[in-house]
Design a protein around this ligand. Structure first.
Ligand SMILES: [Mn+2]
Length: 249
């Protein structure tokens, strides 16, 4: 059986003229083609796109969208979690691309290990301002109002939100998920491990409290390559997991 791949935070930005962005875009398309041969499933854990502001703004993304469709047609199952940049990906998008949109909090069984799969910002409870913003953005009425806005206005909004977010998340090294919130959730839901992204600091570690121990796997963002995880069908919770480069698939 083929392995399952986990990636996050590709932040595709097709509107950008930056050389690294265009390298990343073509690397992502190549990666998908190779992944379709070597893997059975691919989990994209949020922020596939730098921002997603509605399904009427797909034109810049034609190449990666075609690459996704092609990989799906070749037999790769693709699951996509909503990130804080692309939570507006719609069921229609999933249908068009043949992918499956995951709930923000998804718990799945990986060879007997109950695994929480999520973008990660759900647990950034140390930042109350961000949590408030997050709540507003997830509000269905707000989303509908936003999607009804003219395209140019939505682009301006997203560009502004991006500059705000860049100044807090990537520059601030202390930005992290709150371990207590995570452990509370893990205890309540009997989680053995979490796989997430968002923080852009790839790391595999054990997080524990008095009565609980979980494995925490934070994936890397892409520049143009990303640190990703390949989960083999035999892999159990006690086996060592290590990162591979998206370029080595
Ligand atoms: Mn993110």
């Amino acid at each position: 059986m083929k392995p399952i791949l986990f990636i996050a935070d590709i932040h595709l930005d097709l509107a950008s003229s930056n050389i690294e962005d265009s390298e990343k875009n073509s690397h992502f398309c190549d990666f998908l083609e190779r992944a379709a041969h070597v893997a059975s499933e691919l989990y994209i854990l949020g922020d596939l796109f730098e921002y997603w502001i509605g399904d009427d703004y797909t034109k810049p993304f034609t190449k990666p969208l075609d690459a996704i469709k092609h990989a799906v047609t070749s037999g790769l199952k693709i699951h996509i979690s909503p990130g804080n940049r692309d939570f507006l990906l719609s069921p229609d998008f999933a249908e068009q691309t043949g992918t499956r949109l995951l709930d923000e909090i998804t718990i799945t069984d990986l060879n007997g290990a109950r695994t929480l799969i999520t973008h990660g910002d759900y647990f950034c409870t140390d930042d109350p301002a961000y949590m408030k913003l997050r709540k507003d953005f997830r509000n269905k009425e707000w989303q509908q109002q936003f999607l009804n806005m003219p395209l140019q206005q939505r682009i301006t909004f997203a560009e502004h939100a991006r500059s705000q977010s860049n100044s807090t998340t990537t520059i601030n090294n202390t930005y992290d998920i709150n371990q207590e919130s995570l452990l509370q959730f893990a205890e309540k839901n009997r989680i053995d491990q979490i796989i997430y992204g968002h923080i852009h600091r790839p790391q595999i570690k054990t997080i524990e409290s008095e009565n609980l121990k979980i494995r925490s796997i934070c994936l890397g963002d892409w520049h143009p390559y990303g640190k990703i995880i390949s989960y083999s069908p035999q892999q159990t919770l006690t086996d060592k997991i290590s990162f591979i480069s998206s370029n080595d698939i």
